[in-house]
Every structure is written in structure tokens, then in C-alpha cells.
Design a protein around this ligand. Structure first.
Ligand code: GLC
Length: 423
């Protein structure tokens, strides 16, 4: 089992979904959603020319946002490969880009100190031996389905294993493999879903363990994995399997789509994205936040705006995220706790009037301050049994610590109070 300590320390990563679907700019599943044939999809390959591509600017924007690792789509479900694979012609080097787009990206992020992760689709709608099923773009083309009935999934699996070996041997040390996804439980009558048997998942996992023993592997090969990957929702609490807490990472989008989706205006505001990150850490989880670059090779202004807003907050508050996890203390309403040893961080999602009451902390706190400016926060423990009268508060459980707050919310997106617990 690889060491997960870096992963549970870093907590915040960048997901990148980039490929020729960025040309269509209508979600990375555009080929399946719109039932597009290989021929009709070909222009996205023939005209793909990311002339403004400079992965250093991506790495610097992600670093300034406080992200510590990144995961990029080496190949997505449409089968297009960003690297110069020896096993296919359906790759970036054969487009007007005329170069391997993955290698310079890995170098750029490594130069900025990032851990490196590869997303790799086990699904491939372009490969001639990948059997057509209910997700395939040609699922409604009966002649095509009939003609492709002789496809041999074992030949496709050989290709999948061959390309995985390339990724595990041509790009130096990897920290994470993010396979996507298995669906063997699906059944369309005329076809069934695919999973561990089709991918030969145990062999795939063994190959990763052999060639990249330190790399963490996600849970989408249908054989377990080193971490769970809840997608586009916030878990209600710590994630448990068989009653035991497990390592997890929520993967989230900026606007609901992973691939660049030009007309999708459902962009999350910065404060929501921060609350999602804090909430994840408060439940012992990570957040992998996605950007879908344009086909010119840029993070668009709306994505940069969100990363910069997150970065402004992380500049002051990153120690309430890195190295932190869930606390045993119960936070007051509209708040979250993250904790790192004797440092307890109270994140205020809503700004209360003058006071916040912390159950169970009456005699546990040595000092308190705002994290953004290290200004002191005054603390009170009411006399046991104190009766409320006029301006005098009362009726709080005796183990409650009361913090005194300014009426004005500090000018930070999510105010955080750092509590130094008594040893
Ligand atoms: C889902 C989507 C896929 C995306 C992945 C990322 O599997 O179908 O398009 O890449 O999630 O989490």
C-alpha cells in the first residue's frame, strides 16, 4: 500500500480535462451525447491547434490558488491521446499541434513543485475493438452495431494495458493514477456494461504497483483502490466503508462540465468553491477542482477568476487546510472545524452577530485569533447557571466557550478563527 500522507496533507488539487472535445466546447461527452460518428468528429482532430498553449501559466495559476497536485486527462472516453503514444495515430502529434502536449505539461507542473497524476479513460469510443454498448456514440446506429458485433474486448484490453505501461514508464515518477470508469452493472438488453473483467483490472493494478509503487490509484477499476472519488456532490460526513473511515477526494467542476463548455453559464462563485474545499477537509477529504482549458490552450477568464479568488483566501488561510482534517469537536451551526494537532480552525460560513458559542471548549482553549491578521479574539466562559437578563447572556451549557466578534465581518471570503488548544 503506497504512502498516502502527502495526499491527506495537501488536500487540494487541480483536475484538467483537455482534448479535442474542447473544440466542440459542449462538454467532454459531446460525442456520446450528440451521437457523433468518427467521421463527423474528425474535424475536431484535423483543426486542433492550441497555439496559445503554455502549461507554465497553468501551473503558476494553480499554484497561486494553493493547489498542490494535479491530475490531467491523458486520454478521455473519445480515445484521443495527448501524448505521443506508439500504439495509436489518434494523438496530438498528428494534429496541427504536431507535438506531445503531455510531456511539457508534466515538466511545467513539476517545476512548480506539483505532485503528478494521470487520469486515463478505460473507455474508448474510437478504438476499433471496443465493443459498442449503451454509452457508445454509435449506440443508435443499428447497422454499425451489427457490423461491430465481432469486436474483441481482449484486444482492446491489450491496448489499454500497453498504453498504461507507456504512461507508467515514459514520464518519470508518478504520484497518482486516476482511471475512469467502470459500469458493469449497467444492462441495456442488447448490450451490457463493462468493468473489472473487461479491463483486466487486477493486472492493471499490479502493473501500477510494480512500475510506480508510490502512486495512489483511485477506486474506479471495480477492485477497490487507495481512495474513493465522490463526484460532483459533497459527502454528508466522513466517508465510511464497512464501518471504517476511508481516504477520499471529491472531484468538482467549476460549472458542471469537465471539458470546456462555452455556453454553460452555471459557474460556481468563489465563496461556494471555498466552502466546498473547507467542508471536504472538515470531513477528512480532499478536493480535486477541475478546469477545462479552451482549444487555444488557455484557462478562460472565468476559470482564472475563480482560481485567483481562491488564491486570495488561501494566501492567509492555507494552514487551516494543509495538514488538517476532521475534529472531534462539534462546530456551531453554519460553521466547520478543521484541525491539525492542537490548532483548531473555526470557519464561519455565515457571519453571526457579536458572539459565537463553541460547545465543549470552555476550558480547552489557550488563545484565539483571526487567522487572516492574527488579531486577538476575546473569549468568555459564562458563570455556570448564569441567568439571562438585559444585556447579560445566560442559559448556555457550562462547557461552552463564547467568542466575541466584531459586528463587521472581516474583508475575507470565509473568516477563520485559529484556536490554540491547551496541550
Ligand atoms: C465522470 C464523467 C467523466 C469525467 C469524470 C471525472 O466519469 O463521465 O467525463 O471525466 O467523471 O470525474
Amino acid at each position: 500500500m503506497p504512502d498516502k500522507s502527502w495526499f491527506t496533507h495537501d488536500r487540494f488539487g487541480l483536475f484538467i480535462h483537455w482534448g479535442i472535445y474542447s473544440m466542440a466546447a459542449r462538454h467532454e461527452w459531446v460525442k456520446s451525447r450528440e451521437l457523433i460518428s468518427d467521421e463527423a468528429y474528425q474535424p475536431y482532430f484535423d483543426y486542433f491547434d492550441p497555439d496559445l498553449y503554455n502549461p507554465s501559466t497553468w501551473a503558476q495559476a494553480a499554484k497561486a490558488a494553493g493547489m498542490k497536485y494535479f491530475v490531467v486527462t491523458t486520454k478521455h472516453h473519445d480515445g484521443f491521446c495527448l501524448w505521443d503514444s506508439a500504439l495509436t495515430d489518434y494523438k496530438a502529434t498528428n494534429t496541427p499541434a504536431k507535438r506531445d502536449l503531455l510531456k511539457p505539461m508534466v515538466n511545467a507542473f513539476r517545476n512548480e513543485g506539483f505532485k503528478v497524476g494521470f487520469y486515463h479513460s478505460v473507455i474508448d469510443w474510437h478504438h476499433p475493438e471496443f465493443p459498442v454498448d449503451g454509452l457508445h456514440p454509435m449506440r443508435s446506429a443499428l447497422d454499425y452495431r451489427t457490423a461491430s458485433q465481432q469486436r474483441d474486448i481482449t484486444k482492446y484490453a491489450d491496448y489499454l494495458h500497453g498504453q498504461t505501461r507507456e504512461l507508467l514508464t515514459l514520464f518519470g515518477k508518478l504520484d497518482l493514477m486516476w482511471f475512469d470508469f467502470s459500469y458493469s452493472q449497467r444492462d441495456w438488453g442488447w448490450s451490457k456494461g463493462k468493468g473489472a473483467a473487461e479491463w483486466r483490472s487486477h493486472e492493471l493494478m499490479a502493473m501500477v504497483r510494480e512500475l510506480q509503487p508510490d502512486a495512489l490509484v483511485n477506486d474506479r477499476l471495480e477492485i477497490g483502490g487507495d481512495f474513493k472519488t465522490p463526484e460532483q456532490y459533497q459527502p454528508a460526513g466522513k466517508m465510511m466503508v464497512d464501518g471504517k473511515p476511508v481516504t477520499w477526494e471529491a472531484c468538482q467542476t467549476l460549472n458542471g462540465s469537465w471539458g470546456y463548455d462555452r455556453d454553460n453559464l452555471d459557474w460556481k462563485p468563489v465563496d461556494m468553491l471555498l466552502r466546498m474545499l473547507i467542508d471536504a477537509v472538515s470531513k477528512d477529504g480532499n478536493m480535486l477542482l477541475n478546469v477545462g482549458p479552451t482549444a487555444r490552450g488557455e484557462f478562460d477568464a472565468r476559470a482564472l477568476d475563480r482560481l485567483q479568488g481562491i488564491g486570495r483566501w488561501m494566501h492567509h488561510h492555507s494552514r487551516a487546510i494543509y495538514g488538517c482534517g476532521a475534529s472531534d469537536f462539534t462546530p456551531p451551526p453554519d460553521c466547520r472545524y478543521t484541525q491539525n494537532g492542537n490548532r483548531l480552525y473555526l470557519h464561519l460560513f455565515a457571519w453571526p452577530f457579536r458572539h459565537v458559542h463553541l460547545p465543549g471548549l470552555a476550558n480547552r482553549v489557550a488563545y484565539a485569533q483571526f487567522l487572516h491578521d492574527a488579531s486577538e479574539i476575546k473569549r468568555h466562559v459564562l458563570e455556570p447557571g448564569q441567568v439571562a437578563q438585559n444585556t447579560t447572556m445566560g442559559g448556555l451549557p457550562s462547557d461552552t466557550l463564547t467568542l466575541e466578534l466584531p459586528v463587521q465581518k472581516p474583508d475575507v471570503t470565509i473568516p477563520v478563527i485559529e484556536l490554540f488548544l491547551k496541550e
